[in-house]
Design a protein around this ligand. Structure first.
Ligand SMILES: Cc1cc2nc3c(=O)[nH]c(=O)nc-3n(C[C@H](O)[C@H](O)[C@H](O)COP(=O)(O)OP(=O)(O)OC[C@H]3O[C@@H](n4cnc5c(N)ncnc54)[C@H](O)[C@@H]3O)c2cc1C
Length: 137
């Protein structure tokens, strides 16, 4: 085994890190900590559809989350994606609007207290884990 005498070759100053600028950004939302999450999926249909969810979230003092399909469609910011490759939430109430309930999405919200699903398809997979199902749009 070779123990190189690093100090002989690398001066102490080389270990110093200089902080050039400190940039603290305020959190844009409290999705992870919110007791009420209104989540929208591809079934919401548009950015304007998400505006309705934001209005509801404001009334209920909750936060808006989304499925990856809705994020990929550009209707909502990426940092609101819930699931395997997004954030994990466990609010008291989770309202899923137009979300089918694929395993990658469920992984991020299955520990929610009460799950309410709003979906046009009565057989949507998310309905299996929902406490209340509203079949409609
Ligand atoms: C590696 C990998 C990682 C992934 N990570 C994530 C992740 O972190 N999060 C995530 O969400 N997905 C993730 N996905 C994608 C996931 O597999 C699904 O494609 C995605 O969750 C589907 O989103 P959705 O339910 O919104 O869309 P869809 O599956 O298209 O479902 C839309 C739902 O809306 C309903 N609907 C349609 N019109 C209306 C209406 N007017 N009113 C009410 N309901 C309506 C439909 O019946 C349907 O159930 C990942 C996939 C992969 C492969």
């Amino acid at each position: 085994m070779v123990y190189a005498d690093v100090d002989k070759y690398v001066p102490q100053e080389s270990y110093v890190v200089k902080v050039l600028e400190r940039h603290v950004e305020e959190a844009k939302h409290n999705l992870k900590g919110s007791p009420i999450v209104i989540a929208g999926g591809y079934g919401v249909g548009s950015k304007e559809g998400f505006d309705l969810l934001f209005n509801l979230a404001k009334e209920l003092h909750g936060e808006v989350g989304a499925s990856r399909a809705a994020v990929d469609a550009g209707w909502v910011d990426h940092d609101r994606q819930i699931g395997q490759t997004g954030v994990t939430v466990h609010p008291k109430v989770y309202i899923a609007c137009g979300i089918s309930g694929q395993i990658q999405h469920i992984a991020g919200m299955q520990d929610s207290g009460i799950i309410i699903s709003v979906n046009t398809d009565p057989d949507a997979p998310i309905n299996k884990i929902a406490d209340y199902v509203i079949t409609g749009r």
